[in-house]
Design a protein around this ligand. Structure first.
Ligand code: GDP
Ligand code: IMO
Ligand code: MG
Length: 428
């Protein structure tokens, strides 16, 4: 029996979806713990590509229950579309999907407020996905959020909505000079969603803890990554949830003492989408080459991802925050054919050397990377299934990362597909 948390170790898009899909084979249940439909988790099965936004990436395995936890923020229309899209492609979604009663709803005014806030920030904008994620979490913490459980009680739902719209409309109309929302319109819209979603709404903490008592294998899927975590990321250029391992406990209602492993997903280089500091960003044609070869375009917004070298300073921070018991390296194949590969081992700023990830944004923004250079490899590593079959330079790249981080690399991904993987350790 194992309870495994899968966490992005960088700025998201590390390939969490692929790894969760692969590990689901031996799991009894997969649960998402935070974020919303800002996430885009890509899974490729036999040349067919699926992008999951809030449904756990385990859904593509028949008969494995999937849970959307209380820590997730849910846009009901987006969820309905995701369910319908999967069903149309022959994926079973019914009594295998459970949506926490305590998950907060993204309301239409959340994306409206976010749009106005980003506009006002001008050049200081976060570069959000525009899905209303931040304002939905603001309402949750401000104790005025609407939850999926409220959809089951129309009168209570309407009363909460009435109170919220009074102040939301004041903000939108008076402050932002934008359009407000009509109570009856929003109420009717959401009651329509209630009809479609009520069959999934459940006490997910009870379901999960029962499975833990029954010694089942559970997989908890994080969205985004540690450097986008609201507490531990490059604040304020972060998302609004706890993407790191701790978020799995609060976001699912599972005690920390029940977690048996925390696995960090690390892309063999670094990417970031949206604004914010990125010390190892490659701004020349090599960055573009990585973007094209790696298909580094947002799975949710289609925006080009910024690309850079692997950053050990940032990763050591992620190791510390999450206490990774093991690591997965993805997209090693994208580095094939690059003559010299760099790894950032420290930062330099104002003549001072930094080994630890600076907390101050103004400092981090000015940090220059200190690199160690490694020989690349010419061979094609796509689809390699055994560590010993990797070129020796690729083996040494992996071994160096392992040494620098002090955590074992237990899986290496060598392509998009399920079987393009090197499993040096069974996690379940
Ligand atoms: P996530 O948000 O962490 O699930 O990652 P995304 O799905 O947004 O981005 C990762 C992309 O890389 C997807 O298109 C995956 O299909 C792809 N991918 C994952 N692992 C590998 C790999 O080892 N090699 C290659 N070439 N692509 C991979
Ligand atoms: P997955 O789960 C990469 C980024 C946005 C923006 C910042 C805040 O696929 O790895 P938000 O809409 O969340 O308020 O935007 O966070 N961001 C992601 N970047 N992968 C993601 O998810 C992301 N989800 C949000 O680009 O910089
Ligand atoms: Mg993604």
């Amino acid at each position: 029996m194992a309870v495994i948390v899968i966490v992005g170790a960088q700025w998201g898009d590390e390939g969490k979806g692929k790894i969760v899909d692969v590990l689901t084979e031996k799991a009894d249940c997969v649960a998402r713990y935070q974020g919303g439909h800002n996430a885009g988790h890509t899974v490729v099965i036999n040349n067919e590509k699926f992008i999951l936004h809030i449904i756990p990436s385990g859904i593509l395995h028949k008969g494995k229950p999937c849970i959307i936890g209380n820590g997730v923020v849910v846009d009901p229309l987006s969820l309905i579309e995701e369910i319908e899209g999967l069903k149309k492609r022959g994926i079973e979604v019914g009594n295998n999907l459970f949506l926490s009663k305590n998950a907060h709803l993204i309301m239409p005014y959340h994306s409206a407020i976010e749009r106005e806030q980003e506009k006002l920030k001008g050049s200081k904008k976060i570069g959000t996905t525009g899905k209303g994620i931040g304002p939905a979490y603001v309402d949750k913490i401000a104790r005025i959020g609407m939850r999926t459980g409220d959809l089951l009680y129309p009168e209570i739902f309407k009363e909460k909505l009435r109170t919220n719209l009074t102040h939301v409309n004041l903000i939108l109309k008076s402050l932002y000079k934008a359009e407000g929302f009509d109570l009856d319109d929003v109420y009717r819209e959401y009651m329509g969603y209630a009809e479609r979603l009520s069959e999934y709404i459940a006490d997910t903490d009870v379901i999960l803890n029962k499975m833990i008592d029954e010694k089942k294998n559970l997989l908890f899927e994080g969205a985004q990554g540690t450097l986008l975590d609201v507490d531990h990321g490059t604040y304020p250029y972060v998302t609004s949830s706890s993407a790191s391992a701790g978020g799995a406990c609060t976001g699912l209602g599972v005690s920390p003492i029940k977690i048996t492993k925390v696995i960090g997903i690390v892309k063999a280089y670094t990417t970031r989408v949206g604004e914010g500091p990125f010390p190892t960003e490659i701004k020349d044609s090599l960055g573009e080459k990585l973007r094209e070869k790696g298909g580094e375009y947002g799975a949710t917004t289609g925006r080009p991802r910024r690309c850079g070298w692997l950053d050990i300073v940032a990763l050591r921070h992620a190791v510390r925050i999450n206490g990774f018991s093991g690591l997965v390296i993805t997209k090693l194949d994208i580095l094939d054919g690059i003559k010299k590969i760099k790894i950032c081992t420290a930062y330099k700023c104002d003549g001072k050397k930094y080994k630890e990830f600076p907390k101050e944004l103004h400092l981090l923004e000015r940090c220059e990377p200190v690199y160690e250079e490694f020989s690349g490899w010419e061979e094609n590593t796509s689809g390699v299934k055994k560590f010993g079959n990797l070129p020796k330079e690729a083996q040494s790249y992996i071994k160096n990362i392992e040494k620098m981080l002090g955590v074992e690399i237990q899986i290496i991904s060598s392509g998009q597909k399920r079987d393009e993987i090197i499993m040096t350790k069974e996690l379940f």
